[in-house]
Design a protein around this ligand. Structure first.
Ligand code: FAD
Length: 495
């Protein structure tokens, strides 16, 4: 197989991201997109992780100026969890729980007690609703430990405009697949036109037209671990509420609710399990919690799991067409970045002629990325004892930890020790030891090695927390940082 012509089926975030990644990294490829004007896109996916800016601005070297102008993002420093027995705790994209202050004998995880719920400088900014430090000239000091919130339609519009700039053609047609010896022979339009390619990227969303429906690749469900399968979504135009530099994740009776912060809109979504609550009762609980909702709430159904392989014959699946875990930790766009970049890197490396072992490696790597997310989310559900309802009792009692089991066993015996961090997770695990410590310490999961610091050590820790907090209070909030960007200041390089 020598690949020169690629057709991407689907123009949701996954299809657009895959197409532009391939074209940007392999400009000689002929890349086009086929999308259905009738089926549309799922239109959710507004929280991102660190992988998103790294993919677009480090790896693909796109211009942050155009992104800010068209996608109109706000910054996300992490997640504020209203979860577990503590009042709140934060998950950030910085390594805070593993850090050890030079004056202290143990890493920050051993000192964190939740009274002041920040474990380092970035989470202190979350606590103070500030986005970035203030430079002496008053401008924001952008660091790269951040992701974005982006309204889905703005994200899609920006991605589409980048695709068009790169010369990627977009065909509007609802197609059917024609099987062939390599996998797929052609996509066939209602007018009977056959669209052929050397490689088809299946980005057809949950329909999984090629990988699932045509090639019948087996589906591996995560429903033994992750019980949620629906979300009710709604929001309201922002009035006087400050724009928070984080996503809020809040425990609900039969799941959890997100709050995503756009500049002019606040988006809420209650993710729940249809085995524990009806759509009507979920909507009622959602509206009790969010009486301000001004849009008509809509229910989105999903299934959690992945197809056994991403790459089968001449088809590579990306996005929801190959898998979906669930929105907690907002990782789907991150997986698309990984799927698209590893595909582009593979094609660069094999000079367009992929070998069976390369394809096998691609499949193993991406399967691992999906399973890593399931394992990490299992820890969220297993240990959240904030409310006592049938849903949460089932999560606490019946959630298997799969690949996270040994790490959690280690934590239970040794506490938030960092001595074995590199042994407990494989190097490409995107959450890292610090992500796990944020969730284990944050949820106050009991362990056998609590540390009793001396009063001198405690003073050092409290002083340092106060210093981080004072620095955060001097920082700039999201609105001030947006004004600075509009005045020409930009994170992630020059416009
Ligand atoms: C409730 C919920 C919340 C989420 N929140 C987040 C989040 O905060 N962060 C995050 O990263 N991700 C999130 N996600 C996931 C995210 O929305 C998706 O992973 C992302 O939008 C990618 O979707 P997609 O492009 O794979 O699919 P879609 O947007 O569904 O696109 C599918 C495309 O395929 C086309 N298509 C399908 N069949 C045909 C056909 N026969 N012919 C022609 N075209 C066809 C459609 O027209 C469309 O263009 C969330 C998902 C859910 C369900």
């Amino acid at each position: 197989m020598s690949i020169r012509r690629v057709v991407v089926l689907g123009a949701g975030s996954a299809g657009l991201m895959a197409a532009l990644t391939l074209k940007r990294r392999l400009p000689h490829l002929e890349v086009s997109i086929v999308r259905s004007p009738d089926l549309g896109i799922i239109g959710v996916g507004e929280g991102t992780t660190l992988a998103f800016p790294r993919h677009f601005f480090d790896y693909l070297k796109l211009k942050p100026g155009q992104f800010f102008a068209q996608a109109e993002p706000t910054w996300k420093l992490g997640i504020r969890f209203l979860w577990g027995s503590r009042r709140e705790f934060y998950y950030t994209f910085a390594y805070e729980f593993q850090q050890r202050l030079p004056e202290l004998g143990r890493n920050n995880g051993f000192f964190f007690d939740g009274d002041a719920p920040w474990a380092g400088p970035v989470s202190a900014f979350i606590a103070q609703n500030r986005a970035f430090p203030r430079r002496p000239d008053g401008q924001p000091l952008f660091h790269n430990s951040h992701a974005y919130h982006i309204e889905n339609r703005n994200l899609a519009a920006w991605l589409e405009s980048v695709c068009r700039t790169l010369g990627i053609g977009i065909v509007d047609a609802t197609v059917t697949a024609e099987r062939g010896p390599e996998g797929i022979a052609a996509l066939v339009t209602p007018a009977g036109e056959r669209i052929t390619a050397d490689l088809f990227v299946d980005a057809s969303g949950f329909r999984s037209e090629l990988l699932g429906r045509s090639l019948a690749e087996p589906f591996i469900s995560y429903s033994d671990t992750l019980f949620c399968d629906r979300a009710v979504i709604g929001g309201w135009p922002r009035t006087t509420e400050p724009i928070k530099p984080y996503t809020t994740v809040e425990t609900m009776d039969s799941g959890w609710c997100w709050q995503i912060e756009h500049e002019n809109f606040i988006n809420r979504g209650y993710v729940y399990s249809s085995n524990f609550i009806s759509d009507e009762d979920a909507l009622a609980e959602f509206l009790r919690k969010n009486p301000q909702v001004a849009t008509t709430p809509r229910v989105v159904k999903f299934r959690s799991g992945r197809y056994a392989r991403n790459w089968v014959g001449n088809v590579v699946g990306v996005g929801n067409a190959v898998g979906f875990v669930e929105p907690l930790e907002a990782t789907a766009l991150q997986v698309i970045c990984v799927e698209a970049s590893t595909l582009a890197d593979s094609l660069v490396d094999c000079l367009g002629a992929p070998t069976p072992t390369l394809i096998e490696l691609y499949n193993r790597y991406n399967a691992q990325a999906w399973d890593d997310i399931r394992d990490f989310l299992a820890v969220h559900y297993k240990f959240n004892r904030r409310v006592d309802t049938p849903f949460w009792r089932a999560c606490n009692n019946d959630t298997p930890l799969h690949g996270a089991q040994f790490l959690v066993d280690f934590y239970r015996e040794n506490g938030p020790s960092v001595v074995a961090g590199a042994q407990l997770l494989h190097p490409s695990n995107s959450f890292g030891m610090d992500g796990y410590l944020a969730m284990l310490v944050g949820q106050d999961v009991p362990h056998a090695k609590p540390y009793s610091p001396s009063s001198a050590e405690l003073r050092v820790w409290r002083d340092r927390q106060a210093k981080w907090s004072a620095e955060a209070q001097r920082g700039l909030d999201v609105k001030q940082c947006l004004a600075a960007v509009r005045g020409g200041a930009l994170p992630w390089g020059k416009p």
